[in-house]
Ligand binder design. Structure first.
Ligand SMILES: Cc1cc2nc3c(=O)[nH]c(=O)nc-3n(C[C@H](O)[C@H](O)[C@H](O)COP(=O)(O)O)c2cc1C
Length: 185
């Protein structure tokens, strides 16, 4: 049974509305699962949710998305900071990251890729579009299914709970954490 609750795909964009680091989870044509952190991401449409990610074209993640047309945007929180750093330091072309840094995972339903447990949420995506900015590809994913932490997301990310305290890349391997304070009307 999933440790996540399903959420409507027209609010899936709220998992990334506030600019957290995400991890993009994929499978290679050879059948090897991979995952890599991506700080350059943002929502571009609500219903259905569409998310843009900026990906270096030499990354294994890019090759995997191009060959399968599917990927999962996974949103980590502070509890996974070391996993995020590790996955950003090696390429899936050289190492099987899930074997070198074992984490509990579940499989996506719409995209054949792995979702680490304990994250704030995930968005299973189909490749919807791409444009080039030099060596970086701007990839747009259309949400097919989304899930979120049972207490870290209500109809929005809940930083009041630890599982909703996402991480934000300040640069140079330093992360900031979403504050538990919220301002509601
Ligand atoms: C915190 C963090 C944020 C990153 N953000 C991006 C990003 O936005 N775009 C990108 O192409 N690479 C980004 N990277 C680098 C890739 O995650 C890294 O090169 C990774 O090893 C690629 O793995 P792969 O070859 O298995 O796809 C980031 C790395 C870290 C640690």
């Amino acid at each position: 049974m999933s440790t996540y609750k399903e959420i409507p795909i027209d609010i899936a964009y709220r998992l990334v509305n506030h600019g957290p680091v995400v991890m993009v989870s994929t499978k290679s044509p050879e059948g090897v699962y991979d995952i890599a952190p991506v700080a350059w991401n943002c929502p571009v449409r609500k219903s259905p949710s569409k998310i843009l990610i900026g990906l270096g074209k030499t990354h294994k993640t890019y090759e995997n998305i191009k060959s399968t047309g599917k990927f999962i945007i996974c949103i980590p929180n502070l509890s996974s900071a070391e996993f995020v750093r590790y996955c950003g330091s090696v390429s899936g072309a050289d190492e099987n990251k899930f074997k070198k840094f074992p984490v509990n995972t579940e499989k996506g339903e719409k995209a054949d890729a792995l979702i680490p447990e304990g994250f704030t949420g995930y968005i299973e995506c189909a490749l919807d579009g791409e444009f080039q900015v030099g060596s970086v590809a701007m990839i747009i994913g259309e949400a097919l299914k989304a899930g979120a932490s049972k207490d870290g997301f209500t109809d929005r990310v809940s930083p009041e709970k630890e599982s909703g305290r996402t991480i934000h890349h300040l640069g140079g391997g330093v992360f900031g954490i979403l504050s538990p304070e919220v301002n509601e009307k």
